[in-house]
Design a binder for this molecule. Structure first.
Ligand code: HEM
Ligand SMILES: [Ca+2]
Ligand SMILES: [Ca+2]
Length: 321
C-alpha cells in the first residue's frame, strides 16, 4: 500500500526529485522481508563467495534497462523476448536460483507483496554488506515490469572494451555522473571471463600488441589463464588482491596497471581529469570510496522505478502474472 508508510525523507532524490520509493515501504506489509533476504544470502554466499558479486551485478544489469523493474528476470514467452540472451548477459549473468529461493520464501511469508525488483535491490545491498562493504538505507516500493527489452540490454549496458567517453555517455543516459561511474565501477569482488579481457592481451589497438598500460607480471599471469585461442570461459578475478572482500584494493590495482578490464583501466588513463582524480582518491581513502559507493547505489536503484498502479507484483519472477 504505497503512500501509507513513513520514510518519506528517502523518497527525495539528491537532485530534488521524488522517486516514490521509501525505506519503510514494507514496514507494515512484510516487516521481515530484509531478514528473509539476508538468511538466504548468508547461506548462498557461504557456499560460494562469488555469489555476492553475481547478485550485485544482476541489480546493475536490471536498472540500466527500463529502470529497476526486474525486467532482467523474465524468461522468453509469447510476449517476452528475454534480456538473458543479450550480449552483456549471455553466458555471464548468474544468481537467478538465489533470487528464486528468496522469492519463494517471501511468497510464503507475505504473499504477493514484495516485488522482484525490490528483491534484486535488497540482494545487492545484502551482498555488499556480507562481503564487508557499506550499508545504506534502501528506498523500496519498486514494482515489476510486464515487459523486457533485449535491445535495451544490448545498447545500454557498457561493454568491457568501452572508451571512457562511452562509459560517461551511457551512465549520463541513466542520470549518473562521473563520480557515480567511478564508484560503481568498483569491481572489487567477482570474476570475469577471458573473452572479456582477451583483446587487451593480444590485440588492443588492432596492431597485434597488448595494452601497454598492463603491468608486465600481471600481463604474463593473465596470458596463462587466457590463451590467444580458446579458453574464453576461463575466469580471472576482477580484483585479484581480494576477490571476495568489498574494499578499495581495486583502485590501488588500477594505479599499478593491474586493472582487469579496459573499462577499469580507462578510468585512470582515459584523459578525463575528474575520473583520474577519483581513482586516486578512492585508492587513498577507503572510507571515501565506501561512502560514495553507497550513495551511488541508492541513485542507481532509483532509476525509473514503476510505482503506484504501474507494473505489478509478480508471484514468479520468471514471468508476468
Ligand atoms: C562501468 C561499466 C562496466 C563495465 C564495462 C562492466 C563490465 C563487466 C564485465 C565484462 C564483467 C565480467 C562478466 C563476465 O565475464 O561474464 C563484469 C563483472 C562484474 N561487474 Fe561490471 N561492469 C561495469 C559496471 C559495473 C557496475 C556499475 C557494477 C555494480 C554496481 C558492476 C558489478 C560487477 C560485478 C560484481 C561483477 C562480477 C560478477 C560475477 O563474478 O559474477 N559492474 N563487469
Ligand atoms: Ca530493468
Ligand atoms: Ca576486493
Amino acid at each position: 500500500h504505497p503512500g501509507v508508510d513513513f520514510g518519506w525523507d528517502g523518497s527525495f532524490h539528491p537532485g530534488g526529485g521524488f522517486s516514490g520509493l521509501f525505506p519503510g515501504f514494507y514496514q507494515c506489509s512484510c516487516p521481515q522481508a530484509n531478514d528473509i533476504v539476508l538468511s538466504v544470502l548468508e547461506k548462498a554466499i557461504a557456499k560460494e563467495p562469488r555469489m555476492a558479486a553475481s547478485l550485485l551485478r544482476l541489480h546493475f544489469h536490471d536498472c540500466f534497462v527500463q529502470g529497476c523493474d526486474a525486467s532482467i528476470l523474465l524468461d522468453d514467452s509469447a510476449s517476452i523476448v528475454s534480456e538473458k540472451g543479450s550480449g552483456p548477459n549471455k553466458n555471464s549473468i548468474r544468481g537467478f536460483e538465489v533470487i528464486d529461493e528468496i522469492k519463494a520464501k517471501l511468497e510464503e511469508a507475505c504473499p504477493q507483496t514484495v516485488s522482484c525488483a525490490d528483491i534484486l535491490a535488497l540482494a545487492a545491498r545484502g551482498s555488499t554488506v556480507l562481503s564487508g562493504g557499506p550499508f545504506w538505507e534502501l528506498p523500496l516500493g519498486r514494482r515489476d515490469s510486464k515487459t523486457a527489452s533485449l535491445t535495451g540490454s544490448n545498447n545500454n549496458i557498457p561493454a568491457p572494451n568501452s572508451t571512457l567517453q562511452n562509459l560517461i555517455t551511457l551512465f549520463k543516459r541513466q542520470g549518473l555522473d562521473e563520480v557515480d561511474l567511478v564508484a560503481l565501477s568498483g569491481h572489487t569482488i567477482g570474476m570475469a571471463r577471458c573473452v572479456t579481457f582477451k583483446q587487451r592481451l593480444y590485440n588492443q589497438n588492432g596492431d597485434n600488441q597488448p595494452d601497454e598500460t598492463l603491468e608486465k607480471a600481471y600481463y604474463n599471469g593473465l596470458k596463462s589463464v587466457c590463451p590467444k585461442s580458446g579458453g574464453d570461459n576461463n575466469i580471472s578475478p576482477l580484483d585479484f588482491a581480494s576477490p571476495a572482500k568489498f574494499d578499495n584494493t581495486y583502485f590501488k590495482l588500477i594505479l599499478w596497471g593491474r586493472g582487469l578490464l579496459t573499462s577499469d583501466e580507462v578510468l585512470l588513463t582515459g584523459n578525463v581529469d575528474k575520473t583520474e582524480e577519483l581513482v586516486r582518491r578512492f585508492a587513498e581513502d577507503e572510507a571515501l570510496f565506501l561512502n560514495q559507493f553507497a550513495t551511488s547505489m541508492v541513485k542507481m536503484g532509483n532509476i525509473s522505478p514503476l510505482t503506484a498502479l504501474n507494473g505489478e507484483i509478480r508471484t514468479n519472477c520468471h514471468r508476468i502474472n
